[in-house]
Design a protein around this ligand. Structure first.
Ligand SMILES: *[C@@H]1O[C@H](CO)[C@@H](O)[C@H](O)[C@H]1NC(C)=O
Ligand SMILES: *[C@@H]1O[C@H](CO)[C@@H](O)[C@H](O)[C@H]1NC(C)=O
Length: 475
């Protein structure tokens, strides 16, 4: 995945240069992206939650503007500030938050009921300036610290647009960037697809009656769509959600902490605690009291904005091998009741609301050699959901690195999505498929057939080269 790898290397090189060597410390507050004419969400008035937010219903449009994005096949492209809910909301009909989505319309809408595809980018960071809508703008990639490989997801969105689907790419973390908070991300995702029908400029003359919705996310994005699946029944039952596709799901925050601490992906440990705490006042208070000085510095730095933002690559590069346990006097801090309950409440499948009903078809994809997400946590989640009556096609991929698997499983993910949106795919109960090996997209005969030659050749450009980060390759 050449272009991406190049960009990733460039990003890594730039950030090291900026942070370590060249820039005087007082200049670090300048966001390098702004030099390219982009205004970061944290300072852009467009993103601001209005004072009268509680006058809106979740899914209402607050304001919108035209943008150019990496999804170059769109007929119209808008950023839309929509009303949603904070993680700790208890009333579901009054909005308490506002966040942005990028809405794309197709030139030739699919026949029949409107088809809507919600795409959750793997934001994988806790900074308010790491939002999808910001990095998805055409050109944002060229100038510095961005997130979520927007050029690749632009190609994937083009596939959806060519099928005649309307696309929403929500900033599902909400205005407070509460990454890995279950409710917060689920609400943001559901309202991010609910808003499509309310945005006249995107919908045009297409009827929104009986619109069918499918959502897709991998890694951090999988967390958001899985929580949306879990909250659908209680939060947005009127939405005609017909399918959820997720891959490499971070199911369990505690599991993630123990697996990734003191390693290459320590940044995810620090960032997820910061994100969950931003949505959980009791955990935030507990951290303020119990973190030592170094812990406050490192963990709260993951929330930085502007030039100090720690979007995915910086989150990892700046926190390599850090040990979260060194920030607490009590080494058994995770078993403190406040911490433990806060993490449990943000674990998929937890509690009486944790069972996703069999009426919602799901496809779950998981590499059995994933170095970031332990396959065992996904297996036990699938097992317990299936025992409770869920409707899951669980595809176990024998080998593959976490990020590479995202791309190699695209034909499976998108073919399944087409099936549920067309109504041709019928699925009930649970089934597991073992696929020992998936070829590169360029060598996958099905890929051309499913995705089309143009999409595959656009994606092929990214294959086989180095991510620029600890030897991880896109292949
Ligand atoms: C919120 O306030 C703005 C600015 O005063 C106003 O234009 C808008 O109509 C209000 N929205 C609602 C739902 O009351
Ligand atoms: C809910 O969380 C937000 C931050 O995400 C905080 O500002 C607000 O005070 C919290 N509300 C309650 C009732 O705890």
């Amino acid at each position: 995945m050449q272009t991406l790898a190049f960009a990733a290397k460039l990003l890594a090189a730039c950030s090291l240069a900026i942070y370590t060597f060249s820039m005087p410390s007082n200049a670090r507050l300048l966001d390098p992206r702004q030099a390219n004419g982009f205004v970061s969400p944290s300072v852009d008035p467009f993103y601001r939650v209005p004072a009268n937010i509680s006058s809106y219903k979740p899914g209402d449009v607050i304001r919108s503007r035209k943008v150019s994005t990496y999804a170059t096949s769109a007929k119209t492209s808008y950023q839309v500030l929509y009303a949603s809910s904070l993680a700790n909301t208890t009333t579901y009909d009054v909005a308490t938050d506002a966040t942005v989505t990028t809405l794309l319309s197709p030139y030739f809408p699919a026949a029949g009921p409107m088809k809507i595809w919600g795409l959750a980018l793997p934001i994988d960071s806790t900074g308010k300036d790491c939002q999808s809508s910001f990095s998805f703008q055409l050109g944002a990639l060229s100038k510095a610290k961005v997130t979520a490989f927007p050029a690749i997801f632009g190609v994937i969105s083009n596939y959806a647009l060519n099928k005649g689907w309307y696309v929403s790419v929500p900033d599902y973390m909400g205005s407070q960037a509460t990454w890995i908070s279950g409710n917060g991300e689920g609400f943001g995702m559901l309202d991010g697809v609910r808003v499509v029908a309310n945005h006249k400029e995107t919908v045009g003359s297409k009827s929104t009656k009986d619109a069918k919705i499918a959502i897709y996310g991998y890694s951090g994005g999988a967390h958001a769509v899985s929580w949306a699946g879990q909250l659908h029944r209680s939060y947005a039952p009127a939405l005609n959600l017909v399918g959820v596709v997720s891959g490499g799901i971070p199911v369990d925050v505690k599991e993630m902490l123990s697996q990734l601490n003191k390693g290459t992906f320590s940044g995810f440990v620090l960032g997820s605690i910061a994100g969950v705490a931003a949505a959980t006042p009791k955990l935030q208070t507990w951290l303020d009291t119990n973190l030592n000085a170094q812990g406050k510095k490192d963990i709260y730095a993951t929330r930085a904005t502007g030039g100090d933002s720690q979007c995915i690559l910086d989150l990892l590069l700046r926190n390599l091998n850090k040990d979260i346990n060194s920030y607490f006097a009590n080494k058994d801090w995770q078993n403190d009741p406040t911490v433990s309950s806060s993490l449990d409440e943000n674990t998929l499948g937890y509690g009486s609301e944790g069972q996703i009903p069999g009426t919602l078809p799901q496809l779950i994809l998981q590499s059995q050699t994933d170095e970031i997400i332990s396959p065992a946590q996904v297996q036990s989640y699938v097992d317990s959901q299936c025992a409770g009556g869920a409707n899951i096609n669980y595809q176990k991929i024998g080998t593959g690195e976490h990020i590479a698997t995202a791309f190699q499983t695209l034909p499976i993910a998108l073919q399944w999505t087409s099936g549920v949106l067309d109504g041709t795919l019928k699925q009930s109960g649970c089934q597991t498929t073992d696929t020992p090996f998936l070829p590169l997209l360029s060598q996958n005969k099905d890929a051309n057939k499913i995705l089309g030659v143009d999409i595959v050749s656009a994606l092929k450009k990214y294959e086989g080269t180095d991510f620029g980060f600890n030897g991880i390759k896109f292949k």
